[in-house]
Ligand binder design. Structure first.
Ligand SMILES: Nc1ncnc2c1ncn2[C@@H]1O[C@H](COP(=O)(O)OP(=O)(O)OP(=O)(O)O)[C@@H](O)[C@H]1O
Ligand SMILES: O=C(O)C1=C[C@@H](O)[C@@H](O)[C@H](O)C1
Ligand SMILES: [Mg+2]
Length: 172
């Protein structure tokens, strides 16, 4: 069955956009971070703290495969780093998969993330200046993987509804 995958940097809007898209096209939305939290009974923060990032990436890869192999159609919102580890980027072009990179600028990401960073372990302890520098460097390193998506949608200065409509027109 069909899998619609939304990917992109933390704060680009994967969860927000997927929820509205799900209502419109009537395909259920599964957030990979939430799926991992339910599966392990731990928050993403606790997995990083207790077991470290390498362990998290292994669990993340297994959880992504489980969702891709399930028999239901679904919208999958990836974690910000999912395409960049364990060759997950190769899964973005699989059969019955439609992948969309929600592309946001450093400024958009900074303003969205500075409002709410405590639940995001990679940036939780950074001040504004450190965070801006980190986002710029990290986005540059990750762009290669994000650009493996079949489609790209710019999200800067667009409302949630505008971004959702852009995706609906890709699906049409
Ligand atoms: N198009 C938009 N316009 C304005 N605000 C937006 C838009 N899309 C998302 N947001 C806001 O940006 C913030 C981050 O969005 P969201 O949590 O959906 O991102 P995410 O990509 O799922 O992040 P993460 O990878 O950390 O889970 C939220 O506060 C959300 O309300
Ligand atoms: O960008 C990342 O590497 C991450 C993003 C979040 O969605 C979580 O998956 C986790 O905090 C790691
Ligand atoms: Mg999210």
């Amino acid at each position: 069955m069909r899998k619609i995958i939304l990917l992109g940097y933390m704060g680009c809007g994967k969860s927000t956009i997927a929820k509205t898209l799900s209502r419109i096209i009537r395909i259920p939305f599964v957030d990979l971070d939430k799926y991992i939290e339910e599966k392990t009974n731990l928050s993403i923060n606790s997995i990083f703290e207790k077991h470290g990032e390498i362990y998290f990436r292994k669990v993340e890869h297994e959880a992504f495969l489980e969702l891709l192999n399930s028999s239901e159609s679904m919208i999958i919102g990836l974690g910000g780093g999912t395409p960049c580890y364990a060759n997950n980027h190769e899964l973005l072009k699989g059969e019955n998969v439609l992948s969309v990179y929600l592309r946001a600028s450093i400024d958009t990401l900074f303003s969205r993330l500075s409002a709410n960073k405590s639940k995001r372990p990679l940036i939780a302890n950074k001040n504004d200046e450190e965070m801006k520098e980190f986002i710029a460097m990290h986005l540059f390193e990750r762009s290669f993987y994000y650009n493996q998506a079949q489609y790209k949608v710019n999200v800067d200065n667009k409302t949630i509804d505008q971004v959702v409509l852009d995706i609906v027109s890709i699906l049409a």
